[in-house]
Design a protein around this ligand. Sequence first.
Ligand SMILES: [Ca+2]
Ligand SMILES: [Ca+2]
Ligand SMILES: [Ca+2]
Length: 457
Amino acid sequence: MKWKRILLAACAVLAMIPASGCSVITSPIELLRTPALSAHQEEVRQAVSFLLPEGAKLTFPLNAGNTGAIRKADMDGDGETEAVAFYKIPKNQFELGVLILKQGSSGWQELYRITEPGNEIAYADFQDVTGDGAPDLVVGWQGSQDWNKEMAVYHWTGGKIQRSGGMFYNEAAVGNLDGDPQAELVLINFDREGLSSEASLYEYKKTGLLQTDRLKLDGGINGYDQVLLGKARAGRNGVFLDIGVGAHSAYTTLLTVENGRLQDVFNVMGDPSGKTYKANPVYSQDINGDGIIEIGMLKEAPGHEATPYSDMPWIHEWHQWDGAQGLQKVYENYMDYQYGFRFDPPLSWQGQYTLDEVRDEQGGSKVTFLYMGRTPEERAELVTLYAVPEERWLKQKVTWDEEGRTVVELGPGQDGVEIAALLPEGEPKLSGEELEQYHAVLLTNNEIVQRYRLLRD
Ligand SMILES: [Ca+2]
Ligand SMILES: [Ca+2]
Ligand SMILES: [Ca+2]
């Protein structure tokens, strides 16, 4: 088999777009039907169908993490959840709606209906913006691709819905940023042509949503790859902005709220991209499952100083905010965005391994983790992960079988490949202490399985 290194940055970037961005392909009705609905859900669905205007279709809000065209929330705060359905009327290019249903003695009935002109519901979430203990509906309405989006908050009070807001924005994050009982809104207005960007903080006061602070952001960027509100430290939320710059590089800005003011903790305006620069985009996420969001950075695999950028194998280094202006590395792993998997080496490997990566023009790849001794000659294979296109898989297995290799089958990856790990064979060219250390850090089949994961899990 001929393996050739090729650049797959474009694919990698595409593969990194969160799944939700692609979920519009499946119709909401189809998703609602699978898996089988409980009798209760079926009742809701029927009531919604009955109440939808003629020609209307259920629609998914487009923000990441959104779970469906019909959501549940206790909007009136009486302890019982209401059903909230999002719809659009396709034959009429500019009509969107939200239907709120309440369960009464005679089944699910319309409690309230919101309609707005527009093409898509860009954002929807339930957050207690007003601080009365009941979730409010936060909706970003989008007219068309070229238009700004408009953010509004719908709050149940005095037996009806009160609308507040109506701010134009490009990117939004909604959640609790300062520890009081109210959720805040952070809206970003980015003017690509004017090379300017600004974040605004909105809080609900007695009269409605008020802009309580503004912060200038770096405007010389390609755009926002991801805007994520999440835990930045224990007991402290922040807004992570993963930003694309230049041909394919990226950096991350973290915004927090300090005494009611927006803070750019890494001082991006003073030092654009300084601390969090990466050669390719990496999405901020809770990579190690501790509930705190990590910022990903890319390290060239050791020994690849002469390797061109397009062929560079990268080690992902994940950092948490240190609470001041700095970062603290907490985790390290390998991510394959094309075939949709990650492999998390054990701590005992850190600083002692490197990678060789080979990508086949006909599809498939091979990444080898190598133990590093004191000199470049003292390298020894720890494990090799293969992505084998399905059509070559059986043949490949036979070959490995004939060669007597130990194969750990890891199952299907993205893009029609099977993933397998191969353990090294024969004695490595190491001796003494290094040979001992190498054997001590080798993984068992079981450990390999545990350290391998699909990215969409
Ligand atoms: Ca309720
Ligand atoms: Ca708050
Ligand atoms: Ca984490």
